[in-house]
Design a binder for this molecule. Structure first.
Ligand SMILES: [Fe+2]
Length: 197
């Protein structure tokens, strides 16, 4: 069994103009794809060869000698989760159970946006900003490089990739403008609600 690259859950031009098809060409077709190729090379013939992605992540997170395996596996998981975190004509105010939970745990949608945006802006260098569930409470989290909440026993609900490769072609160094587009036009609240359920 080898790990495969999942298809994007929408057409390459579906998120334009907020994320261009050119960005998705590189980001899914080159970056995400390369993590899959690298991981399969690293686990071939090892005890991890038949493990699931989640198992590989959890078994290698605390093993410095397996950092290459962990980084590639976690990046595959993170990117697959990120594609699903967005949709065409997404973003704006949440609906359903997540809307009530955001009000309960953050006080307001605006406060949630401020905290998640701040996590994305202050992640120095490459990484991710997350909405996670910790002991049934919503929390904002940021992770460096490939690190991922599932390696730490937390349930991910939503993520935004703040590696430069996620936004540089469309926004150059404008990480904040990219994050604004994520909130206003891209978040897939149906996916967040499904994760919460
Ligand atoms: Fe990425």
């Amino acid at each position: 069994m080898s790990i495969t690259l999942p298809e994007l859950p929408y057409l390459k031009n579906a998120l334009a103009p907020y994320i261009s098809s050119e960005t998705l060409d590189f980001h899914h077709g080159k970056h995400h794809s390369t993590y899959v190729t690298n991981l399969n090379k690293l686990i071939a013939g090892t005890e991890l060869e038949n493990a699931t992605l989640e198992e590989i992540i959890k078994k290698t997170v605390n093993d410095a000698s397996k950092s290459g395996v962990f980084n590639n596996a976690a990046q595959i998981w993170n990117h697959t989760f990120y594609w699903q975190s967005m949709k065409a004509e997404g973003g704006g105010m949440p609906r359903g159970a997540i809307a009530e939970k955001i009000d309960a745990d953050f006080g307001s949608y605006d406060n949630f946006v401020e905290q998640l945006k701040n996590a994305g802006l202050t992640q120095f260098g490459s990484g991710w900003a997350w909405l996670v569930l910790n002991n049934n409470k919503l929390e904002i989290m940021k992770t460096a490089n490939a690190d991922t909440p599932i390696a730490h026993g937390l349930q991910a609900l939503l993520t935004v990739d703040v590696w430069e490769h996620a936004y540089y072609l469309d926004y150059q160094n404008g990480r904040g403008t990219y994050l604004d587009a994520f909130f206003n036009n891209l978040i897939n609240w149906d996916f967040v609600n499904a994760n919460l359920a």
